[in-house]
Design a protein around this ligand. Structure first.
Ligand code: PEP
Length: 251
């Protein structure tokens, strides 16, 4: 039985003061809510402050990225070990914004995920096609290529140490959402690919999140799909009512 996970990716929003306000408001709204794992991923500088607040709430802490090295002369980078030290349990890797704006590569995703695992955390590995790929009928091919380029190369892949997040790039921050049918097709394909790369027990237990303009009004239909195990939420996670609305829709 896969536990639903609703994860908020706050991106470049919410410094420490605003992060504390937001997470407190989410935490209060979770009173009596059970059956769904909740994760927030604030910017690096807000992690320690948010970690203090979530102590009393059923909320886990995650980071949006990490370095692909463990230490050394890499100015501006933050290691997986450091993130674990400030309370992170998850790290998002390979978000499409990292792929596009920072030209991150499959080789660096492999290194990052291995370092996240070595630090005792879970990786959320993002993948998904661009609009031109979907229009050209190449969505499945892109998803297959992105998953196969990384997952079999990892030192370890288990349903406990890795969560997958299918995020069609054309749906991220655009207000345009994949239909539940479109999303379910890719999630089902992803699960079959995981079964082929590892085995069917691993595939059955692996959580696959959907991300791309998820909101309270569409979350229920998406998460009701057989192979969709929760959401990676950007814009709607910046407002506690919207984020709580998604969590409640997922229950
Ligand atoms: C994301 O950034 O992972 C995301 C899904 O963003 P949004 O929900 O805003 O589309």
């Amino acid at each position: 039985m896969r536990k639903t996970l609703i994860a908020g990716n706050w991106k470049l929003n919410k410094g420490p003061k605003e992060s504390v306000k937001l997470v407190r408001s989410i935490g209060m709204g979770l009173h009596g809510v059970d059956g769904c794992e909740v994760l927030v991923c604030p910017p690096y500088v807000s992690l320690p402050a948010v970690n203090e607040i979530i102590n009393g709430f059923p909320i886990a802490l995650g980071a949006q990225n990490c370095a692909d090295h463990c230490d050394g002369a890499y100015t501006g980078e933050i290691s997986a070990e450091m993130l674990s030290e400030v309370g992170c349990k998850y790290v998002i890797v390979a978000h499409s914004e990292r792929r596009e704006h920072y030209q991150e590569t499959d080789a660096s995703f492999i290194d990052k995920i291995n370092l996240v695992h070595a630090a005792g955390m879970r990786a959320i590995f993002c993948y998904g096609e661009k609009i031109e790929d979907r229009r050209a009928g190449r969505a499945e091919e892109i998803v297959r290529t992105q998953l196969q380029a990384v997952l079999p190369q990892l030192d370890s892949f288990t349903p406990e140490n890795t969560v997958l997040a299918y995020e069609p790039v054309w749906a991220i921050g655009t207000g345009e959402t994949a239909t539940p049918e479109m999303a379910q097709d890719i999630h089902n394909l992803s699960r079959n690919l995981v079964a082929g790369m590892f085995d069917s027990n691993i595939a059955e237990a692996t959580r696959i999140l959907y991300g791309g303009s998820m909101k309270p009004s569409n979350a229920k239909e998406l998460i009701a799909c057989a192979d969709i195990d929760g959401g990676l939420v950007g814009g709607a996670s910046l407002d506690s009512d919207n984020f709580l609305g998604i969590i409640k829709a997922a229950l």
